[in-house]
Each structure stands twice: as C-alpha cells, then as structure tokens.
Design a binder for this molecule. Structure first.
Ligand code: CO
Length: 357
C-alpha cells in the first residue's frame, strides 16, 4: 500500500534548496500546499498557506524552514578544482569524500569533496582534522577551461548528493535535509488533517527560506502573517548515540516529538509550552523535553516580531544532524502531527489571550 507520509518525506528531503536557492524545493512545497489553502509568498521566497477556520483570529503561524545546508562555488583554480563557501553550519569532519551536485545553468554537475591524501601528509599532520579551507570540490576536470565548459560558475549552489532510505526496522528513515524538511512535511500533513476538523482560528502554514544563514525568511514572513501565536516545527538533536551525556541531550528516537525549553535565542512562552505539555499528556502523545545551548530556530525572529508573539518549538529528533545523512523515527513524526492537530483545535481567542495575560 502506498504510504503518503513516507513519499512526502522522500520527495521533500531529496529535493534541492540551499539557502537563497530554494527554487526546486519551493515548487514542490507549493504543489503540496496548493490544494490546502490560499498561497502567497514573501519577497525573499517564503511560502505562506492560509487556511481559514471558523474564526478570522487568532492567527496561528506554523513555521518550518525549507532550506538545507549546502555550499556555493567560490573560486575555480587553474587546475580545475573548486573552492567553496558553506551555506549553513556544517560539521566539517563529515565533508571529506562527500558526493555533491552543482546546479549550473547548463544542468547538474557531480563532484566529490577532496583534500590532500594522508599518504602525502607529514606524520604529525596525518591524525589532525582537515580544515574546510584545505578542501576542494573535484568534478574530474583537468583544467579551469573544462570546468567552465561544464557550465560551472562562481555563485552556483552545491547540494549534498544523498537519497532517501527506509532503514531495516521499517520505522527509521535515512536522508539528507531532515533539517528542516521534516518541519515542512509536518505543516503539509497537519493542514491535510485539519480539513476534517473545525478549528476556531486561521492557520498559516509557512515554509521559510534562509533559516540556516540566520533565520532570514522567518524575519520577513512573520511580518506578512503578523500572527497571534506561533509554533515552529524543527528537527531536533537526538542524544541516543555513543558519547552524548544525558545532560547534553536526553532525547531518544521513537520516544515522541520534543518540546524545546531552551535554545540560544529563544525562551518559549511558558504558558503556551505548558498548554502543549498538558495537551500531549491528555491525548497520550509522548513528549520529550529538549534544550539546545548552541543553536536556534526560526522562533528567534518570530517571537520578537512586533511587540512579541507567544512561540514554542516542536521537534522531531534526528541523529547526525548537520551532515548529509541523518535519521528520524516515523513514530515521532506521526505523534507530532497528532499533537499539532489537537493543539490547533484548541487555540481559540480566549486560549491565546491567556498566553500573554
Ligand atoms: Co533547522
């Protein structure tokens, strides 16, 4: 039987869209949101889907970012290698050996990230981490001319080349860009479900751009929406891998979506946070608490809009985040949708007013 959720996650994560170059993923997002509400766009490319409920207000914003981390071609050497700029935060140690796709005006060009081989390094350098500035992209060319003939120019976006895989247990999925296509998928799934329910508000599902370079699309789209309350949907950091202590992250795959109690740029509205936690308990959706000291979300911009917007972040935990291959658990996704639908059904004018009383 066709599994629409799996297909949605596969399609969205395999689509390309590094910050500033979200075109391909945006087309896909528009295709999925088109039947669900009224579409508009802010002027840097964030997609807004307005879904009317039984009341015009409160305005509920759901935000997930559609950009993914990647690179941009910076400079071509005369020998035919490409220096690159990062678009978003990479864990440099995962870069070497990574296959990439360069989107050129003449089509896709495949390459690999390389560095000086260990055999040629002096003994004292062999065990050291290779710095990103010492890496390059190799498209197999033997001269600058060959690179140019392939259509590659400085400014071309570079995307990790990775496909979606449903893993052995059938419950976990491996792909690139779960950060934050999982959030975008949650918006689509939630709006689809909402069609069958009354909700006392207007919902705005927003797929933002350029989150990974400093929450830029959230900054512009929140002005377009001007919400009364906001829920940011993000991938979260799973702590259930070797070497992570519980006080660094106690989040485990398959133990439910997360609610972020702290990140570097936002403290959530505590009444909204508690409402979320109480609702989860009531409908028996498992919810994990997470804290990210060294990162932020679109919430950073959204909660400071105008005179302030009550905002909270719901996450789906991912292992190996900020690499080209991360892993999420399907159960966490399904529970996040269930919780979101229930929350939205309860966000009427009185409830939302309580958050800022
Ligand atoms: Co993210």
């Amino acid at each position: 039987m066709a599994d629409a959720t799996l297909e949605l996650l596969k399609e969205l994560t395999e689509a390309n869209g590094v910050p500033g170059y979200e075109g391909p993923v945006r087309d896909l997002v528009r295709k999925h949101l088109e039947p669900l509400g009224k579409l508009s766009q802010d002027k840097i490319g964030s997609v807004i889907c307005q879904v009317e409920g039984s009341a015009e207000t409160p305005k509920v914003m759901l935000a997930g970012h559609m950009d993914e981390i990647g690179f941009m071609v910076k400079h071509i050497t005369k020998e035919g290698f490409l220096h690159f700029l990062p678009l978003g935060g990479w864990f440099d140690q995962v870069l070497l050996g990574q296959r990439v796709v360069i989107k050129t005006r003449m089509g896709d060009v495949v390459g690999v990230i390389g560095a000086k081989p260990p055999h040629l390094l002096p003994a004292d350098q062999r065990n050291k981490v290779v710095k990103r500035k010492d890496m390059y992209i190799d498209i197999g060319a033997t001269s600058k001319e060959e690179v140019e003939e392939a259509g590659v120019r400085p400014g071309d976006p570079v995307i990790p080349r990775a496909d979606f895989v449903s893993l052995a247990n059938g419950k976990t999925y491996l792909s690139k860009a779960f950060d934050d296509r999982v959030g975008v998928a949650l918006i689509v799934s939630t709006l689809e479900q909402l069609k069958s329910f009354e909700h006392p508000n207007t919902v705005y599902g927003v797929a933002t751009v350029q989150e990974e370079v400093g929450v830029r699309g959230a900054t512009t789209s929140v002005r377009a929406v001007d919400p009364d309350v906001a829920i940011v949907l993000e991938s979260d950091i799973a702590g259930d891998v070797p070497g992570i202590k519980p006080d660094e992250s106690s989040v485990e795959l398959g133990k439910g979506p997360t609610v972020l109690i702290y990140d570097a740029r936002m403290i959530p509205n505590i009444k909204l946070r508690d409402f979320l936690m109480e609702t989860a308990e009531e409908i028996e959706v498992p919810l994990q608490v997470s804290y990210i000291e060294g990162g932020a979300t679109d919430g950073a911009a959204i909660h400071l809009h105008n005179t302030g917007v009550p905002t909270v972040v719901i996450g789906v935990a991912a292992r190996h985040i900020h690499s080209d291959s991360s892993i999420i658990h399907r159960g966490d996704y399904d529970n996040a949708v269930k919780l979101l639908v229930e929350i939205i059904k309860r966000l009427d004018a009185d409830k939302v007013a309580e958050f800022t009383a």
